[in-house]
Every structure is written in C-alpha cells, then in structure tokens.
Ligand binder design. Structure first.
Ligand code: 6PG
Length: 226
C-alpha cells in the first residue's frame, strides 16, 4: 500500500509535497536524474514551490512529460506550457525538458518520444509524478481505454472522455519503470475516488490508477482542503 499524507490546508500540502520531492532528488546524488511530470492543477502549485528550491542542482536533472493534450504548445491546455510557466521557465540551468512534439503528426510525436526513452536504461525514471482524475484515470490512461492494454510500447495515445480529447503519454510499463512514484491530488471531491482507488472491489479497467498500486514505492500527497 502507498504511504498516504493528507492535508487540511493548502500551504502544508504544497510545502510537504515539495519537501518530499526535493529530499528524494537530493538523496539520489546522481546525474542525470530523470523525473517525469504530469499536468493538471494539483501539481502546478507544487511545481511553483519546487522552482524556488535553493537545494536542487537543476543541471543534474532531466525532466520528461508523463502526458500531453494534443494541442499546440502555446495553448492554455498544453501540459508543457503549464510545466514551463510553473517550473522550467524559472530553472535556467535545467539539464533538459523532453516534451511531446505536438506540432508533428500524432504517430510521429509518439515514436520520437519513444525513441528518446528507448535509449535509456531501466528504470527509465527516478521519479514519476502522477495525478488522479475523478473518474480514476491517471496520466492519460482512461477507464476502459484500449491504451490500458499497451504492454509493448513505452508511449500510447488515448482519448479523454472530457475536455481536449486527443492525448499522448507514457504507457503503464513506462510509468512502472520508475524508482519512485508520487501522486499529487487536490480537492474534496476526490475523496470518493481515492477510497475506491485504495479499497477493494473496483477493477483496474474501471480505475486505471489501480494498476500503479503494484509499484513498491508510492507516496500520495492529498490536499483535502480545497
Ligand atoms: C493532465 C494529467 C491528468 C491529471 C488528472 C488530475 O494532463 O491533466 O496528466 O492525468 O493528473 O486529470 O488532474 P488535476 O490535478 O487537475 O485534478
């Protein structure tokens, strides 16, 4: 079972999640250190705080995207734009930020990203940061989507039932190839799906985030104040 940390105020959620990520990065003491970042509102506030870290040497860190909406990189729906505005625009010495190239055709964007990942030795990532949707999706892996069965490729495309439909992102095998996984979750309304996610009964096709629970090192930071 994951370690669950619940917060009743925003400031504690932000500072404790940021401290945990900072501590993990510092403890690894390796270069390059690979971290995959999700989009969404829950991690944004943590990215902003992480950007202020005086302890992380960003020149040792390579960032990757967990997933992306297939929109132009200047769209307000773009996860790369969110990560850039909240974090990478403030870390000028960052080693690299690998993004899905949404100006290409979807299959090309996927195969370019997969080629980059294919050059890495397992585990692909030191740390993967994930979120949890109200419907149990994580990354761009949606309930009952065909992408849940992707076991060969490191990347996958999918269709979100809400908002921007076309998505690209890491497949389950790629996400699981990480030393550690941290979930960043905000919102009172997420309480119910968290209970289902961590409880018995629901099947993984119904709550895709369940499959991730097989990973041996997961922390969950949950802000239930908003
Ligand atoms: C995205 C994500 C997605 C997200 C969840 C939760 O691009 O939106 O990667 O999987 O983590 O939808 O989103 P919130 O943090 O906004 O609730």
């Amino acid at each position: 079972m994951p370690n669950i940390f619940k917060y009743n105020n925003e400031a504690d959620y932000i500072s404790e999640a940021t401290k945990a990520i900072e501590k993990f990065i510092m403890e690894q003491g390796k270069s390059p250190l690979r971290v995959a970042l999700s989009g969404g509102s829950s991690p944004k506030v943590v990215y902003e705080k992480l950007a202020e870290s005086k302890r992380i040497d960003w020149s040792d860190v390579e960032l990757y995207q967990v997933d992306e909406r297939f929109v132009s990189s200047d769209s307000n729906e773009s996860n790369a734009k969110l990560i850039h505005s909240s974090l990478t625009s403030k870390t000028p010495n960052l080693k690299l930020f690998h993004t899905f190239n949404t100006s290409k055709k979807i299959e090309e964007a996927l195969s370019d990203y997969e080629k980059e990942l294919g050059q890495l030795k397992a585990p692909l990532f030191d740390l993967v940061l994930l979120g949890l949707g109200n419907d149990g999706h994580t990354a761009s892996l949606f309930p009952y989507g065909p992408e849940l069965k992707e076991n060969e490729r490191l990347v996958t495309e999918s269709n979100s039932p809400q908002g921007v439909t076309k998505r690209v992102g890491l497949s389950f095998p790629a996400i699981m190839s990480s030393k550690k996984i941290i979930f960043l979750i905000r919102g009172k309304e997420k309480g119910e799906i968290i209970r289902k996610w961590l409880g018995e009964g629901a099947r993984p096709e119904e709550i895709p985030a369940k499959i991730i629970l097989q990973h041996p090192d997961i922390d969950v930071f949950y802000d239930q104040s908003v």
